[in-house]
Design a protein around this ligand. Structure first.
Ligand SMILES: [Zn+2]
Length: 503
């Protein structure tokens, strides 16, 4: 066995395929033959779910020939991705791969509001996602720290709040949440034009990745009220709650705003799912607001929280009227939402369990396992992050099908990258790789075929490939004993850390 071949076998595939069998010898780049929807292949995938049939492929590499069998172009694309991963190093090992995904939705969310990283960065991550057979890019495009989508109906969103004073989120926060405008020498920020977003949607679609936009409401919306105060709650003397975190669900101006913006967003993004946020509304100003009080009276509400349900249901009607479906963070479950709304579980796994029991489809992205803005190793060794430990081994061990959950309702799994403490594209990549490899394997590979030991070896090799392609990654070779141990979160002070020589 020569060195190149050893490297090829060492690289292996991430995510691990459903079935892999070794053949004899190597193939020296013979041409690829694609066979769509052959009889034998159709029979082999006939028992699979429709979403699995769509992406399934068989890749047969013999000394003389490379054969790809699939039912769709998407299946062919997945096969070619595997082929590319296998052939890094020059020669191809003869083998047969039969493969299809475990989950339909395999995603990554990137927060472009807290730090703005731009189109080149997003395209580069789309390339990485395609390599990992991920298929959903969820973009968090607006939040208090900056609005990032061009809007013709409400141009002040980008005119007044796509730029801020403070390069980092912390500087902005400590400086008193000040906004600025393009051209100000102190301004930090930016936004995507519609043309850029359409370009991204097309680029992603060519790689069978759907881009889901998120328009956050009613919380996390300080920037909207700054540009358009009519969406803010109003006191009896007519003054507005300047600087408020939440939109006013009592005022019609809020719905005029949201519907116009959502119409523009749906025009750019053809995704079947539209994310409406829905998390962490403080509801502080609602009880003092004349418009909210009037709405409560009209609707017969006794608790301000019911106003959140009102807003979500009304927006759901608007979005479903346009032939799309809403997805929201798990808080939307608490105040009543139609059964066809998809719930994204983030506060641990309980939201997902409750939602599926109530008949909702769910996407699992629990902060305990899938928040890649959390520390991946010791606090003293890592750049400032959010408090819990989500090591590579720990995130790899995540099983999305929680006890008590109906598998029919589990659409998939997603990693989230919030960027309060992640100011640059390089830093974002450092937090994503290799943890996103683990997410990809959890999302694609049958749970019984997962093995951390085997994965770690493949991940270490793929990390070198990522570095050679210009990605900035975490260094697996300097992982601490704590991270290697895969312990859940940071253990209490003084807990002995078992040293695991295997990793
Ligand atoms: Zn109000």
């Amino acid at each position: 066995m020569n060195f190149i071949l050893a490297l090829v076998i060492f690289v292996g595939l991430i995510p691990a395929p459903v079935k892999y069998s070794d053949g004899e010898g190597v193939n020296v780049r013979q041409k690829v033959v694609v066979k769509m929807d052959g009889k034998a292949f159709r029979k082999d995938v006939s028992g699979l779910e429709p979403f699995q049939q769509k992406e399934a492929y068989r890749l047969t590499i013999s000394k003389k020939k490379i054969l790809i069998e699939a039912a769709t172009e998407e299946g062919v694309f997945r096969a070619k991705t595997s082929l590319e991963q296998l052939q890094r190093g020059g020669e191809l090992p003869c083998c047969t791969v039969f493969d299809y995904p475990r989950f339909a939705n395999r995603g990554l969310m990137i927060d472009e509001s807290r730090s703005f990283k731009g189109l080149d960065f997003l395209k580069k991550q789309v390339d990485a996602m395609a390599m990992l057979k991920l298929n959903v890019l969820h973009l968090h495009l607006d939040d208090s720290a900056g609005w990032r989508i061009q809007s013709d109906a409400f141009p002040l969103l980008t005119g007044k709040t796509a730029w801020r004073i403070g390069t980092t989120y912390t500087e902005w926060e400590q400086g008193g949440y000040r906004f600025s405008s393009e051209g100000d020498p102190l301004a930090y920020g930016g936004y995507y034009t519609k043309e850029q977003l359409r370009e991204l949607v097309k680029y992603a679609a060519e790689r069978f990745i759907t881009v889901i936009p998120e328009v956050e409401m009613p919380g996390h919306s300080m920037e909207v009220g700054y540009s358009y105060p009519e969406v803010l709650c109003q006191l009896e003397d007519g003054r507005r709650h300047t600087g408020a975190w939440d939109l006013c669900p009592g005022s019609e101006a809020t719905f005029t705003f949201l519907e116009a913006v959502l119409a523009e967003v749906m025009d750019i993004f053809p995704s079947p799912l539209i994310h409406i946020g829905g998390d962490e509304a403080t509801m502080k100003t609602w009880s003092q607001c004349v418009n909210c009080r009037r709405r409560m009276e009209e609707e017969g509400y006794t608790d301000v929280r019911q106003l959140q349900g009102y807003l979500v249901r009304r927006i759901e009607r608007f979005i479903s009227g346009k032939g799309r479906r809403i997805i929201g963070w798990d808080e939307i479950l608490e105040t009543g939402v139609p059964e066809n709304a998809v719930v994204q579980s983030w506060r641990g796994v309980s939201g997902g369990i409750k939602a599926s029991a109530a008949g909702h489809d769910v996407i699992m992205s629990p902060n305990s396992h899938c928040y890649y803005n959390y520390y991946q190793d010791l606090i003293r060794k890592e750049p400032k992050a959010v408090g819990e430990l989500v090591s590579l081994r720990f995130t790899y061990g995540y099983e999305p099908l929680a006890v008590g959950m109906d598998p029919k309702h589990l659409l998939g799994v997603q990693a989230n990258l919030w960027t309060e403490y992640i100011p640059t594209p390089q830093h974002a990549e450092y937090m994503l790789y290799p943890r996103l490899f683990a997410l990809a394997e959890t999302a694609w590979t049958p749970s019984g075929a997962k093995s951390y030991k085997a994965f770690r070896r493949r991940a270490r090799a793929l990390l070198d490939v990522f570095r050679s392609l210009g990605y900035n990654t975490f260094d697996m070779d300097t992982e601490s004993d704590l991270a290697r141990s895969g312990l859940q979160r940071f253990p209490p002070e003084g807990t002995p850390i078992p040293v695991d020589d295997e990793f």
